[in-house]
Ligand binder design. Sequence first.
Ligand SMILES: *[C@@H]1O[C@H](CO)[C@@H](O)[C@H](O)[C@H]1NC(C)=O
Ligand SMILES: *[C@@H]1O[C@H](CO)[C@@H](O)[C@H](O)[C@H]1NC(C)=O
Ligand SMILES: *[C@@H]1O[C@H](CO)[C@@H](O)[C@H](O)[C@H]1NC(C)=O
Ligand SMILES: *[C@@H]1O[C@H](CO)[C@@H](O)[C@H](O)[C@H]1NC(C)=O
Ligand SMILES: *[C@@H]1O[C@H](CO)[C@@H](O)[C@H](O)[C@H]1NC(C)=O
Ligand SMILES: *[C@@H]1O[C@H](CO)[C@@H](O)[C@H](O)[C@H]1NC(C)=O
Ligand SMILES: *[C@@H]1O[C@H](CO)[C@@H](O)[C@H](O)[C@H]1NC(C)=O
Ligand SMILES: *[C@@H]1O[C@H](CO)[C@@H](O)[C@H](O)[C@H]1NC(C)=O
Ligand SMILES: *[C@@H]1O[C@H](CO)[C@@H](O)[C@H](O)[C@H]1NC(C)=O
Ligand SMILES: *[C@@H]1O[C@H](CO)[C@@H](O)[C@H](O)[C@H]1NC(C)=O
Ligand SMILES: *[C@@H]1O[C@H](CO)[C@@H](O)[C@H](O)[C@H]1NC(C)=O
Length: 830
Amino acid sequence: MALLGWLSLALWPLIFAASFAQTSTNATFDPLQYVDVLIGSTNEGNVFSGATMPYGMAKAVADTDSPSNQGGFTGDNSNITGFSVMHDSGTGGSPSLGNFALFPYSSCEGDIVDGCVYPKNSRKTHYVNESLKASPGYFALTLDSGVGVEMTTAHHTSLFKFRFPETDASGNVSKPLLLMDLTDLSNSRQDNGTVSVDEESGRMAGSARFVSSFGTGSYVLYFCADFSGAPIRDNGIFVNSRASTDVKDLTISRSINGYPLPGGAFVRFDRPEDGYIYARVSTSFISSEKACESSELEIPDFDFNSTLSDAEDAWRTKLSPIKITSTGVDDSLVTNFYSGIYRTMVNPQDYTGENPLWESDEPYFDSFYCLWDSFRSQIPFLTVVDPHIVSRISRSLIDTYRHLGWLPDCRMTLSKGYTQGGSNADNVLVDAFLKGIDEDVDWNTGYEAIVKDAEEEPFDWCCNGRGGLDSWKRLGYIPVQDFDYKGFGTMTRSISRTLEYSYNDFVIAQMASVLGGKQADVEKYLERSNNWKNLFRDDQKSFIYATDGSSTDTGYIGFFQPKYLNETWGFQDPLTCSNIDDNATSSCSLQNTAVETFESSIWEYSFFVPHDQATLISTFGGPSSFVSRLDYLHDTNITYIGNEPAFLTVFQYHYAGRPALSARRSHFYIPRFFSPTRGGLPGNDDSGAMGSYVAFSMMGLFPNPGQNVYLIIPPFFESVSITSPISNKTAVVRNVNFDPSYEAIYIRSATLDGEPYTKNWIDHSFFTEGKELVLTLGRNESAWGTRMEDLPPSLGSYEGFGGSGTRRFRRERDHSWQRPDLHVGGSWGL
Ligand SMILES: *[C@@H]1O[C@H](CO)[C@@H](O)[C@H](O)[C@H]1NC(C)=O
Ligand SMILES: *[C@@H]1O[C@H](CO)[C@@H](O)[C@H](O)[C@H]1NC(C)=O
Ligand SMILES: *[C@@H]1O[C@H](CO)[C@@H](O)[C@H](O)[C@H]1NC(C)=O
Ligand SMILES: *[C@@H]1O[C@H](CO)[C@@H](O)[C@H](O)[C@H]1NC(C)=O
Ligand SMILES: *[C@@H]1O[C@H](CO)[C@@H](O)[C@H](O)[C@H]1NC(C)=O
Ligand SMILES: *[C@@H]1O[C@H](CO)[C@@H](O)[C@H](O)[C@H]1NC(C)=O
Ligand SMILES: *[C@@H]1O[C@H](CO)[C@@H](O)[C@H](O)[C@H]1NC(C)=O
Ligand SMILES: *[C@@H]1O[C@H](CO)[C@@H](O)[C@H](O)[C@H]1NC(C)=O
Ligand SMILES: *[C@@H]1O[C@H](CO)[C@@H](O)[C@H](O)[C@H]1NC(C)=O
Ligand SMILES: *[C@@H]1O[C@H](CO)[C@@H](O)[C@H](O)[C@H]1NC(C)=O
Ligand SMILES: *[C@@H]1O[C@H](CO)[C@@H](O)[C@H](O)[C@H]1NC(C)=O
């Protein structure tokens, strides 16, 4: 919208103030119109684009044969292999779930059952490009065969509405067949999948064991499928490419050739007058009876419209606490914003009542894929807009600890996933705790769980807890090539694990301090949170090597380096595994041969000291060197915004007293790297991590996760308001002199509830108490938020800032800091 382009700048505040009032009271505003669920469906976004409820277990979509089909559907015109009902969103790894696909035929050749093609690899087909329609709670397309498929979901149950054309491709009257395949996206089905079809009703029930995607286990999933809308002609089972109406029960082997033998059941129908046949599919981790119960309870009458409108209402309720004044801003940015928010609520999935592993009355959430990704902004985002869910997620994490002995790190399909770095459930729990999440959360057990992460090494630290704890406690770092006989995991990432463990220990100290009566713990974990210093090598340089063998000094000195058990230095090029490392031999993930930094470089990890930016800034030679390094990190593409460790680096200028540069940097990335198109995400969405990055950035408040801190930049809209679902109070960030061309993106001054506000950060009480932050913008960097007393809390003291250089930011240990609703002071006060 460029409607106001002709107005003089001076008039803008008046106009916007008026339009803000209008929009914020506009009862007809529907956020769903700004959700494009196909964002991230190509270009390895791996987003789930299908129909689901918020955190729903039922996730129905068309699956494709794309090599990047982790989310089921891909918007790249790949073939459709079937329509399945369980998915993850945005993950890497091998595709998760995608079980029990349906596939429709309008007829079988010669009207004999063997005239249909059963195996997934041969039946797959294109769809009519223009037929694709997807929106919250809804997904539809028409296959090249002319069969149309629409789908929507309740919490455990998916409802498909197939439309069969009157005649098939050869002009014969349609004789529809629907098959159900005992398959999944990764072809991981194990031995003895079963299916039975009831002759009378056509109801299919069964189960199979599948392998979890990025972890150590397997899971058994049960299903129940019912059909409605047309008379049943007959039914039966198929194996490989042959079928029979005489056989109603099948137990099938995986077979020995690696690709599970195709097998399943089918029902044939007479085509009804209107062509519509419905299939209702539920899954359960408990039993197929439980799946059938969910079906009957959730969608008793196969009512497509009411199921869809319930799903839409559920999404509307979730998104409606967030309102914006979009005047002057291109709609594509509004879509970017609401679609990002939408994606934060697809995973984790609420499997309460569906956990066969232990008996409990606590909620059970799954599909934490992985907390290494989601602690940084996704779950903190939910803490703002959906705190009830974060209470339930926290309870589930703690209950998982209670029954399995450890907090999860990565967890999917009832299995332990691979830990990528630290014990980052610690960060998730403490972030929620500090922000006052407390509906029925047993925080004492939560504290016990995070302390166990820090103190006890699990035998399988591949998949929970931490490794190398003896060295951690004795030497104060994770050595490269550690000697560790107590527990087992991939012996790499010694630098990034040292940095993450340091931060994990810091968050424990914070929780100990707030819980009270734990002074020894506070001191112990604060001490250990300094361990990052032990891997900093202050004479380490960094060169860029060209293919001709020449090298250029980046000019920066002092980087983290690996250190051996004998306390001598090892070496890793600070640019290895950076975004500009094109050495094909670099292994950057969980390979045995991988480097000492996980999925990123020493350069980027250099900034990962979220709790002590003050000391880090001094270590790097003061604020201007720190800023120069951050600029170099971004400007030379060493970092890549498509992976989560980059998130905080966009905003770390705040700590160097340059909040204006964070604002500028965030506009450098949005929309350039995040656009509302199918390929519009950088990297995998990672269960909504990218979505939350966009949402927080555009909202103008970015968390330093694990701390009660949001760094302030101007929102990308004239105003943003967020109503707390707990207090019902509405927090507002409003820009004065808002400039939709984003030239005036620098804060000149601010008020909080009418009082001058100079801190460049704010705490969570902003949201729960419904405060109003008014930011006056200009086209140039100003002095706002730049003084030492304006900077966010840091464990060490800020030094080398102009003006009041001797002034210590940090208060002496007064232990006065509290949870937000009890008013936090300006420093850690530890
Ligand atoms: C309210 O919002 C709807 C949908 O965005 C829009 O069509 C309508 O013009 C708005 N009404 C007012 C009074 O702003
Ligand atoms: C669709 O499947 C057909 C048959 O297997 C194959 O030839 C074609 O390349 C596939 N199309 C895409 C886009 O993968
Ligand atoms: C169409 O019907 C004719 C006549 O019954 C039959 O011979 C032919 O095989 C049918 N075609 C298909 C594709 O089933
Ligand atoms: C399919 O449709 C989409 C959206 O309408 C369009 O962007 C794309 O170019 C189309 N692809 C083909 C191959 O026609
Ligand atoms: C599968 O079923 C067969 C036949 O009943 C049985 O011998 C075999 O042990 C079963 N395998 C598994 C993994 O349960
Ligand atoms: C369901 O909704 C569609 C689209 O809005 C409408 O065309 C159809 O008549 C509705 N069906 C029923 C049974 O209400
Ligand atoms: C320390 O250990 C490393 C790795 O085993 C070895 O290369 C180095 O020589 C040792 N240094 C000393 C001083 O022992
Ligand atoms: C690539 O990395 C390997 C192993 O670290 C190293 O030996 C090799 O020299 C590197 N190649 C280039 C072109 O930098
Ligand atoms: C960084 O990458 C972008 C593309 O993402 C490119 O346009 C730019 O030139 C690169 N910058 C440098 C310094 O290589
Ligand atoms: C907030 O509003 C909801 C729904 O209207 C209500 O149930 C709840 O009691 C309110 N909470 C507070 C603290 O006012
Ligand atoms: C603001 O910045 C622009 C360049 O971005 C510069 O031309 C102008 O002089 C600056 N204004 C002030 C008041 O510093």
